[in-house]
Design a protein. Structure first.
Length: 311
């Protein structure tokens, strides 16, 4: 049975400025800021949370369904989905708008200036969960605000268990709305910063919030992750990567591991371990969807890290 991945499909336009922003941005003149950066290096990557999560699930041997909205310029991305064997039956192409995309400029100190255009993503509520058949698990990942609210409500009404993963969409929701998401979901996943923001906005500690769910997962970068389930905290260590190249999409790779383990009925320790392996594999490659391990290579990485085969 397929996993439904509700979230964004986006292009990431990444540019490198061969200097330092601080040499060109004068603090005393910030009120009349007018700067231009020459960026001789530029690349366009396929991204978006739904695209990245589905890509990693496909690597694991799953056959996910993506539910997202894209614009007039989505042709290259749609062709890529076809080439990967990922269904785009629920990827809605809308006229008169762009596909969501980020424009990221990085300087020699690894500082970044990012502009994000949501485009078609803001109309994701036009997709309905009820249009997807035979779904037994889902994730509500960062997307348009109305889309996230609708998809969560539809999944809850259909009694389809899902992971709530607000990511960078956290600021769009009040504490009351976040609590309602947790009441509807069976699982939730945050990074450590988002988890602190969740506690601040709801006025409740993580341990209390976790009682609303089958599991609450907090990723902590190089310090591993915590899984709160059944009144306990399971500590998942970070898996050492071959090299640390680019963190873009690591969280999405981790979430794909979670979804795979949940779908297979694994215990939380093994599920978290696979998630950690997927994050480590991704971080060693530039871009969110350029790593290409075989399923056997994923299994070997798991065995090397944890002394056992995952399947």
């Amino acid at each position: 049975m397929p996993t439904l991945v509700c979230g964004s499909i986006a292009y990431d336009n990444i540019m490198v400025f061969h200097d330092r922003f601080r040499n060109h941005i004068l603090p005393e003149q910030i009120h009349i800021l007018n700067v231009a950066f020459l960026v001789p290096e530029m690349r366009r990557e396929f991204g978006g949370c739904a695209g990245n999560i589905a890509y990693n699930l496909k690597l694991l041997g799953d056959d996910p369904l993506i539910m997202a909205t894209v614009g007039d310029d989505a042709g290259p991305y749609l062709n890529r989905l076809d080439g990967l064997g990922l269904s785009r039956a629920h990827v809605r192409q809308l006229d008169g708008c762009f596909t969501a995309q980020a424009f990221i400029t990085t300087d020699l100190d690894d500082n970044q200036i990012t502009a994000f255009h949501p485009g078609a993503m803001t109309l994701s509520h036009q997709n309905r969960v009820t249009d997807a058949r035979n779904v037994t698990l889902a994730i509500v990942a960062p997307d348009g605000r109305d889309g996230m609210l609708r998809h969560a409500a539809d999944l809850a009404a259909a009694e389809i268990p899902f992971v709530f993963d607000p990511g960078q969409g956290m600021p769009m929701f009040s504490g009351e709305e976040l609590l309602h998401f947790l009441d509807q979901a069976q699982f939730a996943c945050f990074n450590d910063y988002e988890a602190k923001l969740l506690c601040d906005r709801t006025g409740q500690p993580l341990e209390q919030l976790a009682t609303k769910l089958d599991a609450l997962i907090v990723t902590r970068g190089g310090e591993g992750s915590h899984i709160y389930a059944k009144g306990q905290r399971i500590d998942i260590p970070c898996v050492t990567a071959k090299e640390v190249v680019d963190p873009t999409g690591c969280g999405d790779a981790y979430r794909a591991g979670l979804l795979y383990g949940i779908a297979k009925g694994w215990d939380w320790e093994k599920t978290g371990q696979l998630a950690a392996v997927m994050g480590a594999i991704k971080v060693a490659c530039r871009g969110g969807q350029n790593h290409q391990p075989s399923r056997n290579e994923i299994a070997a990485c798991f065995a090397n890290a944890f002394g056992k085969m995952p399947w």
